[in-house]
Design a protein around this ligand. Structure first.
Ligand SMILES: Nc1nc2c(c(=O)[nH]1)N[C@H]1C(S)=C(S)[C@@H](COP(=O)(O)OP(=O)(O)OC[C@H]3O[C@@H](n4cnc5c(=O)[nH]c(N)nc54)[C@H](O)[C@@H]3O)O[C@H]1N2
Ligand SMILES: Nc1nc2c(c(=O)[nH]1)N[C@H]1C(S)=C(S)[C@@H](COP(=O)(O)OP(=O)(O)OC[C@H]3O[C@@H](n4cnc5c(=O)[nH]c(N)nc54)[C@H](O)[C@@H]3O)O[C@H]1N2
Ligand SMILES: [Mo]
Length: 752
């Protein structure tokens, strides 16, 4: 058996999860402080857990956090410090050799840092020095030469000021982590339903009798969702999972809050059916399901007549699909798809949940529309217990979009900004993440300002992305921890340390709260309770406001300091710009639990051009290019996964408990027949080679093959280690989202 790999047998959750919480706090030397902080996570009066965007239940128990939320909190409340001395003790070239884990494990950044090219080190700087120098350099650029990247942890207040700064400066270049995440949802659902967000509430889960789960791994990435799924399973709701990987928590889960399960080491079965479809096979399986429902005339005709448009075109498309293609591409048998259709057909209220397994493919915007089509056929949107539920990523990625961080602003947003602030924002669309990288490569973009995140490591294709960022005239990173993107220092580079969610934020008018929006459009306040990691930290709104002031000068017509000094005033501005959504913003966030933004789809109001919900047949971006394995028998499709011990590019540790991997991440999961066909045995060292049209060599060497129960033709490896195999141009054309979940590769025994 491969070193460090052993099947995991117990239910997910349980004692393992409790033990891991204690371990995470101890590793970050924050047992007392971090432990206290955890008790305030997701409480009406506390901070919003920086872990995920799953909503909080109405009656919050005193333990409204999960193992992975605990890791996120421990990582932020660590007692380790990346002081200027600690960072400056090494040259940037030396730091580059460190692992991603080691870089962040230096601890919290404590003071602004400037890159000194002469010594190749980061050195201490004052805030005054930093904002003045950055402001001067930015002011000299043409607005579209600057890329304003945002990761989804920033609050509504910080995100709003960020987009205001960029637009007042004159650009819509807001590449955003969404472009690598749920952008196909924003694009696809908006076109179809009028709103690019989910339609369900948490209460809907109490009334669903069928839950479809496509391509998400809640045991790791949305662990608080497991309590909801467990309740549904115990009530007898059917839970159908469509995932190429057997994910332990979706099979069996033990609740750490259930004394019986804890004492008896037992668990609750979650999936009533587990369909291991092929990587990238969803389009075929969804087509098969819809074909059956249409042939059986198992449709909600009343709903369809009253509320939808386009059924005939969808009918024509799915009827034309043949079962050979459906079975071959989908990897499920016709009998399996018929069984799933039977269950769907019998159900009165269906919720469909999905994650990155659906959004990170070629033509993903069109693919997610097939999920909605499936629900619409049965009338399962906008009725209690039914609807579409995209599982968002970062804890405020949805909110940042709502308050205007978007490279394609709507005319309404631009008109509103003009009305409220009296300037004319640019109308031309800006760059998505891949477009920003292309602009850097072409020499058109000169500067990158990052409000959080790890731009270069999260993005595809380091062979192109790293030199693109490194070649810039200016990089500015507003961050809590050191990461590899910061080390891609261009001519001038700055790291600006900010407060985290858990920390007390005091501004001119006193202690502040920020607000965030979860996956179900609930907006609520978040208030830190820990003293800041360093006296030199500043809040994100403060930093953005100071940079805006320094780059735009006093004459911008916006009272930057006044806004940063009182977040109520930022919220007043948000309310003025978005009056329909944020009416009485300041009053409503002061009620426990906050408020829900309007979700017209939940009430069967369709704000589409036709005023109806649209059936939209699958349409690949480029005909024939949709399936990169077609006609290439030796090409496999690689998907990329998060381990149980990571938060995106933040690697907490090297274990992936539920997948039975310990102490390593350099593995590739494969079907044993695919291994055998290449003369490879479980545990052999292998190389993967990306398949693409250009001449760039994309290889991953020296990984270890692990035989797993995966469908033929499919591989899985960890993100971000596998990102060197992703061709920058390989993405969903409409949303810009890279095809991280269907990377064409060849696999060989290692040449080494
Ligand atoms: N602890 C923790 N929490 C997180 C994060 C984290 O890194 N750590 N990240 C946050 C962010 S930004 C996001 S976006 C979410 C991500 O949450 P998820 O969407 O759960 O993320 P992934 O790990 O990418 O998992 C995708 C799942 O899709 C499956 N899959 C892969 N390819 C396919 C396919 O072709 N079809 C289908 N049907 N399934 C497929 C995989 O087997 C895996 O189970 O989680 C958020 N929460
Ligand atoms: N192959 C592959 N690639 C992927 C994915 C995949 O599934 N497969 N997933 C994609 C997805 S879904 C996403 S969302 C992106 C993630 O892309 P990003 O959002 O850019 O990446 P993160 O790893 O979440 O960013 C981590 C950094 O954020 C900073 N940080 C943490 N907390 C705070 C804070 O409170 N404030 C500020 N200012 N900074 C903070 C820290 O410095 C930390 O190093 O990656 C994408 N890339
Ligand atoms: Mo994400």
């Amino acid at each position: 058996m491969t070193k460090g790999v052993k099947p995991y047998k117990p239910p997910a959750g349980g004692w393992g999860a409790l033990k891991a919480v204690a371990g995470a706090l101890a590793d970050q030397e924050t047992v007392a402080e971090g432990g206290k902080a955890l008790l305030a996570a997701n409480q009406p009066d506390g901070f919003d857990c920086p872990g995920c965007a799953w909503p909080d239940p109405k009656h919050t128990s005193s333990f409204e956090f999960c193992e992975n939320g605990a890791k996120a909190v421990a990582w932020e409340t660590t007692s380790k410090r990346a002081t200027p001395e600690a960072v400056g003790a090494h040259t940037v070239s030396e730091l580059w050799q460190w692992t991603d884990h080691a870089l962040e494990d230096l601890g919290r950044l404590t003071e602004p840092l400037r890159y000194d090219p002469a010594s190749d080190r980061f050195v201490r700087a004052s805030w005054d020095e930093a904002t003045t120098a950055i402001g001067r350099v930015i002011a000299a650029f043409d607005p579209n030469q600057v890329e304003f990247y945002a990761s989804g942890r920033a609050s509504n207040e910080a995100a709003f000021l960020f987009q205001l700064w960029g637009r007042r400066f004159g650009t819509n270049n807001f590449p955003d982590c969404s472009n690598m995440c749920h952008e196909p949802t924003s694009v696809g659902l908006a076109e179809q339903l009028g709103l690019g967000k989910g339609s369900v509430t948490l209460e809907d889960f109490d009334h669903a009798d069928c839950i479809l789960s496509f391509g998400h791994n809640p045991g790791t990435n949305h662990p608080r969702m497991m309590a909801t799924l467990r309740d549904a399973a115990r009530r007898g709701a059917a839970i159908l999972v469509f995932n190429p990987m057997k994910e332990r928590a979706l099979e069996t889960f033990a609740s750490p809050q259930d004394p019986v399960e804890m004492a008896t080491l037992s668990g609750t079965d979650i999936a009533s059916r587990y369909y291991q479809l092929k990587v990238g096979g969803d389009v075929a399986v969804l087509t098969g399901l819809m074909k059956l429902l249409i042939e059986r005339d198992a449709l909600d005709h009343a709903f369809i007549t009253q509320h939808t448009a386009g059924l005939e075109a969808l009918k024509a498309a799915v009827t034309a699909a043949d079962w050979d293609w459906i079975e071959a591409r989908g990897g499920l048998t016709r009998a399996e798809i018929e069984e799933a259709a039977d269950i769907y057909q019998r159900s009165k209220a269906v919720i469909l949940c999905y994650g990155m397994g659906l959004t990170q493919h070629r033509s993903a915007s069109s693919l997610v529309q097939q999920l909605v089509n499936l629900l619409l056929l049965g009338g399962h949107i906008g009725r209690p217990g039914a609807g579409i539920c995209p599982l968002r990523g970062h804890s405020n990625v949805q909110g940042a979009r709502t308050v205007g961080v978007s490279e394609k602003p709507s005319p309404a947003l631009l008109a509103s900004l003009t009305k409220v602030f009296g300037f004319s924002p640019p109308t031309a669309h800006g760059h998505t993440v891949p477009e920003a990288i292309e602009a850097m490569l072409a020499g058109e973009a000169k500067a990158l300002v990052c409000l959080g995140g790890n731009f270069a490591v999260a993005a595809p294709d380091p062979a192109q992305t790293y030199p693109a960022v490194k070649g810039l005239d200016l990089t500015v990173n507003i961050a809590t921890k050191l990461n590899r993107t910061h080390l891609l220092a261009g001519k001038a580079a700055w790291i600006l340390p900010c407060l985290g969610r858990t920390e007390i934020d005091v501004q001119a008018t006193g202690r502040q709260s920020v607000t965030v929006e979860d996956s179900m459009s609930m907006v609520h306040a978040s208030r830190g309770m820990k003293p800041p990691a360093s006296e030199h930290l500043r809040s994100e709104p403060w930093i953005v406001a100071e940079l805006a002031l320094a780059s735009l000068g006093e004459g911008s017509g916006i009272d930057w300091r006044g806004l940063a000094g009182d977040y109520d005033r930022v919220r007043e501005m948000i309310e003025q710009v978005f009056p329909d959504q944020f009416e009485d913003y300041n009053a409503r966030i002061r009620t426990p639990g906050g408020f829900r933004l309007p979700v017209p789809t939940g009430e069967r109001v369709w704000t589409t051009t036709s005023g109806r919900a649209a059936f939209i047949p699958y349409a690949p971006d480029e005909a024939g290019k949709d399936d990169p394995t077609r006609g290439k028998a030796d090409v496999l499709l690689l998907t990329t996964l998060r381990s149980h011990d990571q938060y995106n590019t933040t690697i907490y540790g090297l274990n992936d408990r539920y997948r039975g991997v310990k102490g390593r991440r350099d593995v590739v999961f494969a079907n044993s027949a695919d291994l055998a066909a290449r003369g490879i045995a479980d545990g052999d060292v292998i190389d993967l080679e990306g398949v693409s049209d250009d001449s760039i060599e994309r290889v991953l060497r020296g990984f270890t093959a692990v035989a797993r129960d995966l469908p033929r033709g499919c591989l899985a490896a960890y993100y971000p280690e596998a990102n060197p195999l992703v061709d920058l141009s390989d993405r969903d054309k409409r949303s810009g989202t890279p095809a991280y979940k269907s990377i064409p590769v060849r696999m060989h025994r290692s040449a080494r």
